[in-house]
Design a protein around this ligand. Structure first.
Ligand SMILES: N[C@@H](CCOP(=O)(O)O)C(=O)O
Length: 415
């Protein structure tokens, strides 16, 4: 299986190269040359571990032996993704990993891949976060020899529990609070990839969903969802659109998912684009669902490729702050504790279901990561899990950075 650059299809690389390189020529995203078709009824018979192995080996059998892949799966995914009934619909809970967000799936699997594909040279993993990726990547790579992790995040625009989870680790994890938005942080990461001299000097890679290994892991839980409750409409709370990409990939491989809804907050570049065909990102605004505060979603070329090559349409919906709060309250009445991101997805689902359709909405982060807003909106205390309580008590080790490429370049070149 080769992976090609969506911008320059003539650039084809192995999985190993795609993972170690991150981005292709001209910042093009890598994509598998084919999506292996699987038989849903056969997969449904397999226990979880074997099912994951079957799905991933379609992409990775040239790269890893079956025993190695099996070990990687066991190490990367020692937690579940339960599908919880909420009224007639379902919440897919993706926050049972160590950093309480869906990003644990991709970041931990990427760490397993890189550990086995490394050529022994030191690497720098430069990653932008709007809240959850930072912690997942920091924890997945913390303490790994030869790996330096630098996480950029928009200063003052993520929740304190999110920030504490990755800015308190120290060691090989460096965190920079950038004066700007998540999109500014992501633009800085991409600028670094354009700088050949820097790339070679520091062994640059990214653990954002730019990196295809992240998405292969995310395909797995869309299969779990589809095999547990086939033919649902699935509403995906979307920021950088990696999750939706993985969902569409699972559908293209034969997972019985009826259709998808791309749910955003007021950072609505995609819903506007789906409505009028104009790609016009606005300045990013801060919302309650801060991990989705993204105006230039990086994975859109992959989503668009999947839609056009299969002739699928996509429903988009932007949910306001008032509707996000009301949706959290509706979930509370249904006896489900929802945080702002899953509430956005739930609202978009309810607004777009047709007669007799049932749906699922993704719950991408634990409510305690947004304890302050959840508690204020729902009028209840939100206890913090132990991992979060511990992190809250540690000193924040972040440094500040202007939204300035030269400043970042200088920082990265320091030993
Ligand atoms: N929502 C993300 C933003 C980065 O997205 P990624 O999937 O490309 O890592 C976050 O929480 O950091």
């Amino acid at each position: 299986m080769q992976f090609y650059n969506l911008k320059h299809p003539e650039q084809r690389v192995s999985f190993s190269q795609a993972v170690r390189q991150g981005l292709g020529k001209d910042q093009g995203l890598f994509f598998p040359e084919s999506l292996p078709m699987l038989d849903a009824s056969e997969l449904a018979e397999l226990p979880r571990h074997q099912r994951y192995q079957k799905i991933l080996s379609g992409f990775l059998k040239d790269t890893f032996s079956e025993p190695t892949l099996s070990e990687m799966i066991a190490k990367a995914f020692p937690f579940e993704a339960p599908l919880v009934p909420v009224g007639p619909h379902f919440a897919l809970e993706l926050f049972h990993g160590p950093t309480l967000a869906f990003k644990d799936f991709g970041a931990r699997f990427m760490a397993q891949c890189l550990a086995r594909l490394s050529d022994g040279k030191p690497i720098t993993i430069l990653t932008a976060t709007s809240g959850d990726t930072g912690a997942a990547v920091a924890h997945a790579f913390h303490g790994l020899k030869g790996v330096r992790v630098v996480v950029l995040y928009p200063e003052g625009k993520i929740s304190r529990p999110q920030e504490q989870l990755f800015c308190t680790l120290g060691g090989n994890i460096e965190t920079l609070a950038v004066e700007g938005s998540f999109d500014d942080c992501q633009a800085l990461v991409k600028a670094a990839f354009d700088d050949e001299e820097l790339k070679n000097a520091i062994g640059l890679n990214s653990a954002n969903s730019i990196n295809i290994s992240r998405l292969l892991a995310q395909i797995l839980y869309f299969w779990d969802l589809a095999l547990t409750e086939p033919n649902l409409v699935v509403s995906v709370p979307s920021g950088n659109f990696g999750d939706l990409t993985a969902g569409l990939m699972a559908k293209a491989m034969g997972a019985p998912i009826k259709r998808f809804i791309a749910a955003t907050n007021s950072n609505d570049t995609v819903p506007r684009y789906l409505a009028n065909g104009q790609w016009q990102p606005h300045a990013t605004v801060a919302t309650l669902s801060n991990a989705m505060d993204v105006s230039r979603p990086n994975n859109w070329p992959r989503v668009e490729h999947l839609l056009t090559s299969h002739g699928w349409s996509l429903t988009g919906e932007a949910v306001s702050e008032a509707d996000t709060k009301a949706s959290m309250q509706t979930l509370q009445i249904l006896d489900y504790l929802g945080e702002p991101h899953c509430a956005v997805a739930f609202k978009a689902l309810l607004n777009n279901l047709e007669d007799k359709e049932r749906g699922a909405f993704l719950c991408t982060a634990h409510p305690a990561k947004f304890a302050e807003s959840v508690s204020t909106i729902l009028g209840i205390p939100v206890p913090l899990p132990k991992a979060l309580q511990d992190a809250m008590e540690k000193p924040n080790l972040s440094k500040k950075l202007g939204n300035d490429w030269q400043q970042l370049r200088h920082y990265l070149l320091q030993a």
